[in-house]
Design a binder for this molecule. Structure first.
Ligand SMILES: NC(=O)c1ccc[n+]([C@@H]2O[C@H](COP(=O)([O-])OP(=O)(O)OC[C@H]3O[C@@H](n4cnc5c(N)ncnc54)[C@H](OP(=O)(O)O)[C@@H]3O)[C@@H](O)[C@H]2O)c1
Length: 250
């Protein structure tokens, strides 16, 4: 049996396991298993990648960065972001060869592209974590100018109280890369002046549970175009599958 899986800690509900097991069933794939590997310390990963049955893993919090020293190669976007969520594992006579990718970038870009209209050329990125870095890379690739909005004042960042009506007029894409509004805290939304959102705006929420967050509801109420993070998640899952099953030189 070939093995795939998700490493992280703690691992509770997993979109990935459900997604791949359903995919295997639908596509009649019976020789691969996808499971959750709850590892608190990253050195426990060695046991997994040295197991010759493993040919790929997903990586989640807290190991997206701490796994980097174990990797032999990084894709360009993983190198730029310095965080991976997908690893291809090849086994050769010298041992295991690990290549890291960040497929959040692909998922984000491909789900954003069809929504873009002429006026959508500047974006606000709400939050400053790993997901925000993947979004930043994607926006650069799409030649969309951006500014980070953070709770803390830093060089080149806006704070939430600096998001004025003028800023909202200039930045017509707003991307929530913070966990604000995620179940069970569904009544919360990022602290921006929603009354200045217009039908020219595009509000994109990386959060997908609930399907329509308070952030998206408020945007929709103002006539903005809205999008949640589910398609991004599904697109990155399919990209992982493609990567794991691609031929490499190692
Ligand atoms: N749809 C997808 O495919 C996908 C992929 C990846 C992640 N996500 C989702 O994206 C979200 C962010 O992920 P992440 O890994 O980047 O998370 P993270 O590192 O935990 O947090 C991201 C940033 O959000 C801001 N933040 C955190 N708590 C906040 C609060 N209470 N109020 C306001 N801002 C807050 C912080 O920025 P400041 O301190 O600068 O304010 C933080 O750096 C999560 O909900 C995750 O599930 C979705």
């Amino acid at each position: 049996m070939k093995k795939l899986g998700l490493i992280g800690f703690p691992l509770g509900h997993s979109f990935s396991k459900k997604y791949y097991l359903e995919k295997f069933k639908k596509e009649n794939i019976t020789d691969i298993n996808y499971d959750l590997y709850s590892i608190e310390h990253i050195h426990e990963f060695e046991k997994i990648f040295n197991d010759k049955d493993f040919y790929g893993v997903n990586v989640t919090i807290p190991h997206k960065i701490s796994v980097l020293p174990y990797l032999h190669e990084l894709s360009p976007e993983a190198k730029a972001i310095q965080a991976v969520n997908c690893i291809q594992i090849k086994h050769n006579s010298k041992g295991s060869y690990l290549k890291g990718y960040n497929t959040d970038v692909f998922g984000f870009m491909e789900s954003l592209k069809p929504l873009l209209e002429q006026q959508h050329n500047k974006a606000l990125i709400l939050g400053n974590g790993g997901a925000a870095k993947a979004v930043e890379y994607g926006l650069k690739e799409l030649h969309i100018e951006y500014k980070f909005v953070s709770r803390v004042k830093k060089e080149n960042n806006l704070t939430y109280d600096e998001v004025t009506p003028n800023i909202l007029e200039e930045y017509s894409i707003i991307i929530n890369c913070s966990p604000v509004g995620t179940f069970p805290n569904i009544e919360n939304s990022p602290d921006i002046p929603y009354q200045h959102i217009t039908p020219k705006h595009l509000l994109y929420d990386l959060v997908y549970n609930p399907e329509e967050t308070e952030f998206l509801k408020k945007g929709k109420h103002q006539g903005a175009k809205i999008k949640n993070g589910l398609e991004m998640l599904e697109l990155q899952a399919e990209k992982n599958w493609e990567i794991w099953n691609s031929i490499s030189d190692h």
